[in-house]
Design a protein. Structure first.
Length: 313
């Protein structure tokens, strides 16, 4: 039972906002890039005005008052609406890391009702998002702040401690890929954070050091790794990604990530190869999975065939 609960944390659903409203959820990289403030705050109260937050720490260069009001969403793209409206999923007394933008009325917005925040629990663990809000990891507060302050500073043109970040990444990828077994769960979450942090910080990791994660039985490790390979230019990586895309044993989701990585590398020879095999690839959209009643169900994600045809179009 404990193992199941921990797994549920990784692919979290938001039952309290399940209405007929659905939206396309942005990826975390876009959220970080477009946010203006990064804070740790305590929820004071929720009322008809919005969410009242006491700012405990401001990791941004921009000044903030001690108390702010969140009363909107900055990246919300509704795909369906029932008239119920969208709602904030916070509770009084909870602590959150928040990625915010300032609104024209002087108050603040989170990206969507299900993104742009990471809950800090009573055990000083954070429900962190590095890739997408569908895919979360439970990690210690100090690791979250180490990685997220670096990521925030990188995208907002500020310095960060590169040595500490590199050591964190190196230490975790030196280990064998962890699974969901109870004695490995924390290592798995940390490896997830390390691989995703390397990607977000544009830190290339040699193929021979990360290929073991791409061959893991764990979906999340495979996705993080083939995504990270987009930072490599060597022929071995390009060959690996192309073969990975054609391997029937790999899932459609990670194949799409591999396709996008190969396209990002930009080798015309391999892009032409992808176009030639497009019609042999699956046209089944796997998507993020999860509860079909989840409001993020409208998040678009192509099939492998569509992912290749996107470059043609």
């Amino acid at each position: 039972m404990k193992k199941i609960k921990l797994l549920i944390i990784l692919i979290i659903t938001f039952q309290s906002v399940l209405h007929a409203e659905t939206w396309s959820e942005p990826w975390q990289k876009e959220i970080i890039q477009k946010s203006e403030y990064f804070i740790l705050g305590n929820i004071i109260k929720l009322d008809s005005l919005g969410v009242h937050v006491e700012v405990n720490q401001n990791f941004s260069n921009k000044k903030l008052s001690d108390k702010i009001l969140i009363n909107g969403f900055s990246l919300l793209k509704l795909r369906s609406a029932s008239g119920h409206g969208v709602h904030f999923d916070f509770k009084k007394g909870e602590n959150y890391y928040l990625l915010l933008t300032k609104r024209k009325d002087g108050n603040f917005a989170i990206p969507t009702p299900t993104s742009g925040f990471a809950m800090l629990d009573e055990k000083d663990n954070v429900r962190a998002t590095y890739r997408h809000s569908y895919h979360q990891a439970l990690i210690p507060k100090d690791i979250y702040e180490l990685t997220y302050k670096a990521i925030w500073n990188y995208y907002h043109k500020a310095n960060y401690n590169k040595n500490d970040i590199q050591k964190f990444i190196d230490d975790l990828i030196a280990k064998e890929p962890a699974g969901f077994e109870e004695d490995e769960i924390s290592t798995f979450f940390l490896q997830h954070a390390a691989l995703e942090t390397a990607y977000l910080l544009d830190i290339p990791i040699e193929l021979n050091r990360i290929i073991k994660f791409a061959k893991s039985t764990n979906f999340h490790s495979r996705v993080s790794t083939v995504q990270l390979m987009s930072l490599l230019k060597d022929k071995e990586t390009k060959k690996f990604l192309f073969e990975y895309i054609q391997n029937d044993n790999n899932g459609n989701f990670d194949k799409v990530i591999a396709i996008r990585s190969l396209i990002k590398i930009g080798d015309k020879k391999y892009i032409d190869k992808l176009i030639k095999i497009a019609d042999t690839l699956s046209d089944e959209e796997t998507g993020f999975g999860g509860n079909i009643m989840d409001p993020r169900v409208a998040t678009s994600f192509p099939s492998p065939r569509e992912a290749v045809k996107e470059i043609i179009e």
